[in-house]
Write a protein that binds this ligand. Structure first.
Ligand code: ZN
Ligand code: MN
Length: 467
């Protein structure tokens, strides 16, 4: 990305809430939402009590490290990061500043046909702060989120465009989602994105003064914020000004960034070792145990689907959530023609996800359609019916007369009926307008409620005019 001879230098800092039952250092529930201030205790509110690090959060952190190709430190440490904020009752956040859980990973993305590998410099364990919630005219602070386990993922500042940044966020999101680390929902704040942006003349290898844009709420916002910031900083420099090192906020509506405050330096945070927690030991055995328990990755599942002949577009729909990927995985185990199953999944099952048939029923519908026992119109109806009633699709199809009509006599009589009803079309065909046969075929399909076998109907219509 280039703007008036300048290019952006971008690094990402992603905060990801770990999918755990309990908070990081106490036994409060880590579930999203709920009535405000009902999931708190002295430890997460900083009112006393000893923090104990939750094993589940530790394992999720390790899984994240593995998913991003990082090396896990045998011993890492917790530190306190001090700052003043209404949503931080302790006055500090437990994080890992000096020695993080994991380092030196990478992700590779493909943007406009070019591959790019972006280093993941570090993954540190942290705890979340509370949340300021609008209520009526005022605000209340919800401390339920205090102490929810987070990881912060920091990439190298080697990203050079908004598109690249979006691809990196998307790739990290997919990897973490399929590693079972987090549900990575940007709209619920379980994945939050900060971007550091500076600009420099293309070809230079200097680093300019950078701005940090905090908490961007969507993947697409990341690219837009970078584009806007590149223009803003370049214009400033071209007019002889300087870029202030500051923290800014992205406004989704206007697509612009707004100054919040000067950027804090490490010294501002007064980092000290958290003496209430022991060093965090991660032995090789634990790493291996977590590795073995990890579900199949996005990349592995993607390859499997593409190899089975599923289109790229269908593959991305199937893999848009772990639930739909798992569902389709179980359908594949039932010996179905995979590309056909994918088409029906994407057009019939995925759009009404909350009222879907179970995997066996759906697989049976796919087979009935593949063998020609039900038509495309009937299979759609059958998928809905099996979701509603839960019965065997074959039994439903038999009971409701949904099996494809191939009987020549039956079809011939439907064609005669069509010819009586559509006399105009019959005349047209007799005058040599062969295309008018479609009218008769359409009539038969409608009047058989889509159950007549289209090939047999076409043949029967031809035969009708041979007479
Ligand atoms: Zn608590
Ligand atoms: Mn952080």
């Amino acid at each position: 990305m280039e703007y008036k001879g300048y290019e952006p230098i971008v690094g990402l800092e992603l905060h990801v809430e770990l999918k755990t039952e309990l908070k990081a250092f106490c036994t409060c529930s880590a579930e999203f939402g709920g009535e405000i201030n009902t999931k708190c205790c002295p430890v997460c509110l900083g009112k006393g009590g000893v923090p104990v690090f939750n094993t589940e959060a530790h394992e999720r952190g390790i899984a994240a490290a593995l998913a991003l190709g990082c090396k896990v430190a045998e011993t890492s440490y917790f530190d306190r990061k001090h700052y003043v904020s209404r949503d931080l009752p302790k006055g500090y956040q437990i994080t890992q500043y000096y020695t993080p859980l994991a380092q030196n990973g990478s992700v590779t993305v493909c943007v406009n046909g070019e591959e790019k590998t972006v280093a993941v410099e570090r993954i540190q364990l942290e705890e979340d702060a509370g949340r300021i919630v609008r209520r009526g005219d005022g605000e209340v602070i919800d401390f339920n989120r205090c102490g929810i386990p987070l990881i912060e993922i920091i990439t190298a500042p080697c990203i050079r465009s908004g598109d690249e940044a979006e691809a990196v966020v998307e790739e990290i999101r997919r990897r973490l989602l399929f590693a079972g680390v987090s549900d990575c929902k940007m709209n619920e704040g379980s994945l939050r994105c900060d971007v550091n942006v500076s600009v420099r003349p293309v070809g230079s290898d200097a680093f300019g003064a950078r701005c940090e844009i905090k908490n961007i709420g969507s993947v697409d916002g990341v690219g837009r914020a970078i584009a806007h910031e590149t223009e803003r900083q370049t214009e400033l420099l071209l007019q002889g000004g300087t870029v202030a090192v500051e923290t800014r906020r992205f406004d989704e509506k206007s697509g612009t960034t707004v100054r919040m405050r000067d950027k804090e330096t490490a010294a501002d945070y007064g980092y000290v070792r958290e003496r209430d927690l022991p060093p965090l030991v991660t032995d090789g055995e634990t790493v291996e145990r977590v590795r073995l328990a990890m579900p199949a990755s996005y990349a592995v599942r993607e390859k499997l689907l593409l190899t089975a002949g599923v289109s790229e577009q269908n593959t991305s729909v199937i893999l848009s959530s772990v639930e739909s990927a798992d569902y389709f995985g179980r359908v594949m185990e039932q010996d179905v023609p995979v590309p056909g199953a994918a088409n029906l999944f994407v057009s019939e099952v995925y759009p009404s996800w909350d009222s879907r048939p179970d995997e066996e029923a759906f697989a049976q519908c796919v087979k009935l359609f593949a063998s020609g026992e039900v038509t495309v119109v009937s299979v759609r109806e059958l998928i809905k019916l099996s979701a509603e009633t839960g019965g065997s699709p074959r039994a439903i199809a038999e009971k409701r007369g949904m099996l494809t009509i191939r009987d020549e006599e039956v079809i011939a009589s439907l064609v005669r009926e069509a010819a009586e009803a559509c006399t105009g079309a019959v005349e047209d065909v007799r005058r040599g307008k062969d295309a008018a046969k479609k009218v008769l075929v359409g009539y038969v399909m409608r009047h058989s409620r889509g159950r007549a076998d289209p090939a047999s109907v076409n043949k029967a219509v031809d035969r009708y005019f041979e007479k």
